[in-house]
Design a protein around this ligand. Sequence first.
Ligand code: B12
Ligand code: SF4
Ligand code: SF4
Length: 356
Amino acid sequence: MAIEAGFSECGLVALPYAGEDRDASRFSEWVNAGYAATMHYLTRAGEDGKLLRSRVALPFPWARSAIVCYANYHAAQPLSTDPAPAGSGWIARYAWSSRLDHDGARKPSDYHKVLLKRLKTLEARLREEYGSFESRAYVDTGPVVERSLATAAGLGWTGKNTCLIHPRLGSFGFLAVLLTSLSVEDEMASFAPLPYRCGSCRRCLDACPTGALFAPYQMDAARCISYLTIEHRGPISPDLMAGMGRQVFGCDICQDVCPWNRKAPISADPDMESRPELVNPAFEWLAQLDEAEFERNFNGSPVRRAGFHGLLRNAAIAMGDSGLRRFAPLLEKWTEAADEGLRSAARWALEKLHSA
Ligand code: B12
Ligand code: SF4
Ligand code: SF4
């Protein structure tokens, strides 16, 4: 039914699952170490002080099963680690997505919306089959640790880059979770967790430019370029800007170097087709966007989350990294910008260009 609803794969796990104690303490340790940075929604606790996300039963005591779906978004375009045209940046491939609307016009699409609709279709099919039950459908934004549920549901294993890796589809896939009050019969026990298959590989750890993957399976999000370019508001510290390279939105490096993605099939999802202008975007194009143009290009796209000034800040850092002096006049102008994050990035970038 999940595949009929448009997902590439699906797993199922009875709740609470074996290994939940271990995952709950890993999550709490992660939050308590401060690795969630400014993502305060991850650190919400109940009245008893327990972190809401550490166990499904805390926010959803009625939940007896989790159906975890995987939607492939792998694209046949270059890797972030391939040589690229001078003066071009990198937008994470999950954000390249678009679809044709009813009038045949191509519009940005966002996996949150696309996949939530599919989960709702699945939910409705299950109701036809099993009658009424309690449920919640989440794509990214619910109070659950989706990758922990996905591994428990047998979809894949956690890579040393912390991503969920599906043995056939790799890690360029979104997760979507349907919690239900339906209990799982014994015959469904075939969805057993898979063994970890990274072996002695550590390419992702070695490739991470900011040291965010400080140990296998462990990430300090405060150092991750994905966090810095998408979630973090305001100025970025110079030691981190130095490692950001040409990533202007998100980061794919620790997945682009992963051997499990080399032979992963390319997605043919009509709701998530690549927008060519977002693949290796030219800094000149990004820099000339005004707020109205930003909205026109990114309304309905995941890129909107960075915000107009956030995207310009990221572009300024990448321009500084490019070594191309033609960006100096623009950066000079941005040193006077009202936005503090953009101003400080422009100052850092100019200094970098002058010292190159
Ligand atoms: C916060 C968040 C981020 C943060 C923090 C990421 C992180 N690693 O925690 C930032 C902004 C950095 C981020 C980046 C990205 N994200 Co994000 N993110 C989330 C979010 C909302 C919560 C994740 C979370 O709870 N993190 C806390 C840590 C503790 O949890 P975790 O990494 O999931 O870790 C568990 C396992 O690693 C496990 N573990 C397993 N084995 C082992 C072994 C050992 C020894 C240890 C210690 C731990 C351990 O312990 C943890 C707890 O159980 C989820 C959606 C959701 N609701 O779950 C999406 C999600 C994880 N992100 C997603 C994506 C696509 C991305 C990016 C690829 C986007 C991009 N291209 O820029 C990058 C990937 C970076 C990376 N290497 O992880 C997908 C991942 C799909 C997949 N195949 O894994 C998710 C599931 C969203 C979705 N619905 O599809 N993300
Ligand atoms: S997404 Fe980029 S910065 Fe974040 S852990 Fe992976 S390689 Fe490092
Ligand atoms: S690059 Fe290697 S260590 Fe990292 S997730 Fe992939 S297989 Fe595992």
